[in-house]
Design a protein around this ligand. Sequence first.
Ligand code: PGA
Length: 257
Amino acid sequence: MNPSRRPLIAGNWKMFNGGRAGVELAEACVAFARDLPSVDVVVAPPYTALAAVADTIDGSPVALAAQNIHPKDNGAYTGEVSGPMLEECGCTWVIVGHSERRQYFAESDAFVAEKASAALANDLLPIICVGETLQQREAGETLRVVKQQVDAFLDVIAQTPKAVAIAYEPIWAIGTGKTAGPTEAEEVHAAIRSWLEKKSPELANRTRILYGGSVKAENAAALLSCPNVDGALVGGASLDAGSFGAIANAARAARGK
Ligand code: PGA
């Protein structure tokens, strides 16, 4: 882990804990985050819990993310939520381009780039997700696929001085219990860093590249010790504050603080 980038551990609650249970989970995250001042802890509850969780974490080191954003600020888009609404609700981060959205809601690379741009225009930092399918990995296409996904939003993140995050999440590792090993993860993270570097060394230096896909307390230390892994996007294990806290603690330890 590079000392110039603070470790970022983000919990993607997906379609869980959208009410009272979300507030309780957020309270438990606040409790462990207070002891980890060198780690940025972010939680991403469902929309229905955003306002209540924003109240719960107010004044604490935990930051709030939404799981999605519509690129328009307002309009006739039934069921959608916009950047200004998320900002007013207390979000400072938003996940965009998660593979579940790409897969089940047909979000294209161009649409993901639009969302990243809308986030930045509304003072929200995007966590932009990329990653290959098992079939693509087995065909040796991982770097080609991930590069194509990164290229789609590279200009958007290069045009701002803000420090966005990219999450490399191999689709075959999400919710399956399979993780990319540290060597596989580092290979892709280093490649992403090199593409950013080519665009601008400053961009490469400020962008945190997170790993996601079955990150657990047991495998976090090895992944977070990789030089180009700056944190984790955690799904299942973020629903248990003990596990999520242990992952954040592994990030602290990987930085040697
Ligand atoms: P997982 O999910 O940790 O449950 O594999 C990660 C994600 O989808 O962000």
